[in-house]
Write a protein that binds this ligand. Structure first.
Ligand code: DP6
Length: 324
């Protein structure tokens, strides 16, 4: 049997969002800088095996802790097109079976494209090195190749906090360590509109004018709030940032939405908690229905109180990548 090469890469959650692409030129160039936290326990795994066929193929990985993934025809074509691009860039010869899966539900706002494209890029690099021992790509180069497949995957190559701007990706020092990430799963349904389509549509919103400037301003404010260790201000900035992105979705022509009644219920619950206690988690949403909470280590009591309220109705995926 042929040797299998593999890679596992993490997802990431943006606090300042990549939404909107520069038209023309290079693929997946953002119209504004973004800042994310890498989710070291929400992983995608890619395994690549040589085949005797005349084309590459994809199937889901079915193994232990990995949740079988379903890719649409379009999704499979996109994944394999990126593999082909990487093979050419890295000088890989031959045809292969690519298997992939995540340890978390995909396509419902937990950025599975970030981790899966990052894992595909990393696994292809491992494969390329088996054919060319001298191949030596920097982390920045590898991350940038991954960006061509899916923009947000560029931020999955570093941790814990990653800035993606015109210069590329870099880590940022933020004086909060070992933050705890939870996803409140309000739905496991696949979203009707993928984030790549969302990028296409948002420029049709009249609110898109000024969006890059607002995002840059928030980024600056957020970095400064973190520096001052002002958690409450960081919460407010991150909150207004995801609402800004969701407002773009809702005012695009035609409009589309990810936020559901259940998402709003979760948001209201955590907002009320903040108002009553003047403390709580950072809260954000991606292009999906689910709601992300980020706690400091010393907020265990707060996390328990909020979760007690939400647990009855919603599943919560913990930092461990398992349901808790
Ligand atoms: C809402 O990276 O999924 O998650 O580059 O077309 O693959 P493509 O888009 P993608 O966009 C992610 C958008 C987001 C915000 C973010 O992660 O910054």
């Amino acid at each position: 049997m042929s040797e299998v090469v593999s890679a596992e890469m993490p997802s990431n959650i943006a606090l300042i969002k990549y939404m909107g692409k520069v038209k023309g030129g290079d693929r997946n160039r953002p119209t504004n800088s973004s800042l994310s936290m890498t989710l070291m326990n929400l992983l995608s795994r890619v395994e690549i095996t040589k085949t005797e066929g005349t084309y590459d193929n994809w199937e889901t990985l079915q193994e232990g802790r990995w949740l079988p993934t379903k890719l649409s025809d379009r999704g499979r074509k996109r994944f394999l097109a990126h593999f082909e691009f990487l093979k050419q860039k890295m000088g890989v010869e031959g045809h292969f079976l690519v298997k992939s899966a995540n340890n978390f539900p995909s396509d419902c706002g937990i950025a599975s494209s970030a981790s899966s494209f990052a894992a595909l890029t990393q696994a292809t690099y491992e494969l390329a090195k088996t054919q060319n021992e001298k191949l030596d790509l920097s982390l920045a180069k590898l991350a940038d190749l991954s960006r061509v497949g899916s923009g947000s995957s560029i931020r999955s190559f570093m941790h814990p906090f990653v800035l993606w701007n015109e210069q590329g990706v870099s880590t940022v020092d933020i004086p909060f360590q070992n933050l705890v990430h939870k996803v409140i799963i309000v739905s496991r349904e696949k979203k009707a509109i993928g984030s790549s389509d969302a990028h296409e549509r948002v420029p049709t919103s009249l609110l898109f004018e000024g969006r890059p400037e607002r995002a840059e301003k928030r980024l600056e404010e957020l970095l400064s709030a973190f520096k001052m260790q002002d958690w409450g201000l960081a919460f407010q900035i991150i909150w207004s940032e995801f609402y800004d992105m969701h407002a773009l979705f809702s005012t695009s022509r035609p409009a589309f939405h990810y936020m559901s009644d259940a998402s709003v219920k979760v948001l209201n619950c955590v907002h009320r908690y903040w108002e009553e206690n003047k403390d709580g988690p950072l809260v954000t949403m991606d292009a999906g229905e689910n709601v992300h909470f980020i706690y400091r280590q010393d907020q265990k009591k707060i996390a328990n109180e909020i979760q007690l309220e939400l647990n009855a109705e919603f599943q919560i995926i913990g930092d461990e990548g398992r349901d808790s």
